[in-house]
Design a protein around this ligand. Sequence first.
Ligand code: MD3
Ligand code: FE
Length: 217
Amino acid sequence: MTADLFETVPGVRPSREAMADGAVLLRGFALPSESDVIGALREIIAQAPFRRMFTPGGHQMSVAMTNCGSAGWVTDHSGYRYDGIDPDSGKPWPSMPPAFRELAVRAATAGGFENFAPDACLINRYTPGARMSLHQDKDEQDFAAPIVSVSLGLPAIFLFGSPKRADKPRRYRLEHGDVVVWGGPSRLFFHGVAPLAEGEHVLMGRQRINLTFRKAR
Ligand code: MD3
Ligand code: FE
C-alpha cells in the first residue's frame, strides 16, 4: 500500500511528542509546505524588513523581528504591545499569507485545538549568538487560544520551563520543519532559546527563523 511505503521512508512521516499537558511537538510537520512558506516569507520581509527592537528597559534584542497579520508584536521604550501598524513603515503589517495560515490551522488541529484563528504572526530571526531569555507570552487577549510555532533553518536549543521562572528548563532541539503547538496549561509556561550555534543551513543559510502564530485580539 502507498501509505505503508511512505511510512518506511525515514523523515517523511511527521512524529508527535508530548512536551507537557497541552504542548505537542510535531517533528517535520512543515516540511511538505516548506517551499510555499519560504516563498511567502520572502515577500513579507520585502514589505516589512527584520529589525532589532528595543525592550522597555532600553536593551536592544539580539533577535531581529517582523510580523504579518492584522496585528503585530512590537516593543519599544513605552512597552510591549500588539499594533496593526508597522512603526518603521507607518503602514499596516503585510497580511497573513494563506500558506502561513493554513499550516498553522492544520498544526493546531493536529495538536488538539480546533478553530484556531490566528490574527498575528511574529517572525523571529536568529543569527549565530542570538538568544531569547526566559519569558512568558502574556500580551495576547485570549489565553484559551494556543500559540503555534514553526522552526526554519539552523537548529536551536529551545528552553521549556514551567509556570515558575526559577524552575530549571528542559532543553529541546528544534530543527527545520518542526512545529510546536502550545496550549492549555502550557500556554503560560516560561520558555526561551539558547544562543544560536554557528552553522549554515542548505535552504536558509546562516540563520534560524521562527514563526509564532497567535490570537492577539
Ligand atoms: C511556550 N519565540 O516569540 S517559539 C516568542 O523560537 C518565542 O523564537 C521562541 O518565545 C522562538 O515569544 C520560541 C515557541 C513558543 C512560543 C510561545 C510559547 C513556545 C511557547 C508560549 C507558551 C509556552
Ligand atoms: Fe515566547
